[in-house]
Design a protein around this ligand. Structure first.
Ligand SMILES: [Zn+2]
Length: 425
């Protein structure tokens, strides 16, 4: 679906007759106050404020169920159970592991997805017990995306309890594989198979505060192996050393200059290899992450990084001209996520901004890498919204979440945006 249809749908709902003369900007603003004025919607938002302790409880309890990459099943099953407890009958787990709950629309309208991601970056066996320190809750994944999946659940509860009627079908979804090596496998599956061609708007709740992610940061991630026969560190001295070659590559990459606008970044993040202290290693392996808001800048960085790998192998071979043993390079792709921007004037962006203003929030626009990268690459209107509260240490073991006094406005805002996109009556 195109942005144009989004605008028409919003305009048609609230100012019939002025379809072609009103700017999307004004439509969204009118839409927000009109939507807020509806008694059922107001009641839903009031409930979300009252239920905030419940929402936080969901966040804590779901965080305490481990959901490592490629093994989110236990948390997914619990998510199903909680959606069913809210009265959702159509809850399923798809072939990739995503949880999908359906709230049918009344008039064959569009389909709106509201999602959070079930997975975390933390491996199996990580202690995910939530600890309290002062006003903070600490646990790996408590914010990313514990907050998001709790907010999705709270909004699902509000729509169900207040029995909101809407044109659109709303799908409440917990995705798998958003992080790292998961490479967006859950959301890819939704768009490529499970719900192919059926999603008109895609919202993901990921992050804290009240920000809007409207642009997608692209990333290229590789695992790169430097390989040789290896040998005794003393007896076989004089042959190329794979870890030395890897060190040359890392040194060269660390000196690369990249633009700050569009923000473009790189990190050699994991290294491994070696056999023992007295052996020339057979292998050095590194993992690298490169990101940019701009596809061209990312492609250029990618080219320079690959050139650095090739030069490192060449230089390490040249260092030992008399050696004939091989030194080879292997590059495996961990994940490729498309980059892209969506204009601030896009109706879905204006809708989220109008809803934010109507609730007295201040939302800024930013770029990130989230589940919304996939609909972005398909041109489907999409946003990632923050879920309220405050957080730090994301992707680290000391990740924390703080329940700010206005945290309840996170679920309220997400509910209002969902109501606007879904055409609540
Ligand atoms: Zn996340």
């Amino acid at each position: 679906m195109t942005a144009h249809r989004t605008f028409v749908a919003l305009a048609a709902a609230f100012i019939p007759g002025s379809l072609f003369v009103t700017s999307p900007n004004r439509v969204a603003a009118q839409d927000a106050s009109a939507m807020l004025a509806k008694p059922h919607v107001q009641a839903a938002l009031d409930s979300l404020r009252v239920w905030e302790p419940w929402t936080l409880e969901q966040q804590i309890q779901l965080t305490e169920i481990e959901a490592p990459p490629f093994n989110e099943q236990r948390r997914a099953e619990e998510y199903v159970r909680r959606l069913q407890a809210l009265g959702y009958r159509n809850v399923r787990i798809d072939a990739e592991g995503n949880v999908i709950a359906e709230r049918p629309g009344t008039s064959g309208g569009p389909t709106v997805v509201l999602s959070g991601h079930l997975d975390t970056v933390f491996p199996e066996g990580t202690d995910v017990t939530v600890r309290r320190e002062g006003g903070r809750l600490l646990a790996p994944g408590i914010a990313d995306d514990g907050r998001g999946i709790a907010v999705v659940l709270a909004v699902a509860r509000a729509f169900q309890t207040l029995d909101l009627q809407h044109d659109a079908t709303i799908l409440f979804i917990g995705t798998v594989g958003e992080e790292g090596e998961g490479d967006l496998r859950g959301v890819r599956h939704l768009f490529e198979r499970e719900l192919r061609g059926q999603i008109d708007y895609f919202l993901s709740v990921d992050g804290t505060g009240f920000g809007i992610t409207h642009a997608a940061v692209g990333s290229n991630r590789y695992r790169v192996s430097f390989e040789g026969p290896g040998g005794h560190s003393y007896g076989a001295f004089g042959m190329p050393n794979p870890i030395h070659a890897m060190g040359r590559a890392i040194a060269a990459i660390s000196e690369l200059a990249v633009p700050s606008d569009p923000k473009t970044t790189f990190s050699v993040s994991v290294v491994s290899g070696g056999t023992s202290v007295n052996a020339i290693p057979m292998e050095g392996v590194l993992e690298i992450d490169m990101r940019s808001e701009d596809p061209a800048a990312l492609a250029e960085l990618d080219g320079r990084v690959r050139a650095a790998f090739a030069a490192a192998v060449r230089d390490e071979r040249a260092r030992w001209p008399r050696s004939t043993v091989p030194l080879t390079l292997r590059l495996d792709t961990i994940g490729i996520r498309p980059a892209g921007r969506q204009p601030e004037s896009a109706p879905i962006v204006q809708t989220a901004l109008a809803a934010s203003r109507a609730l007295g929030l201040e939302s800024d626009l930013g770029a990130s890498s989230t589940d919304a990268n996939i609909p972005m690459s398909l041109g489907i209107p999409r946003l990632t919204l923050d879920g309220g509260g405050r957080a730090g240490g994301t992707h680290a073991l000391d990740e924390w979440y703080e329940e700010t006094p206005d945290a309840y406005k996170g679920p309220q805002w997400v509910a209002l945006v969902t109501a606007m996109l879904a055409g609540v009556r």
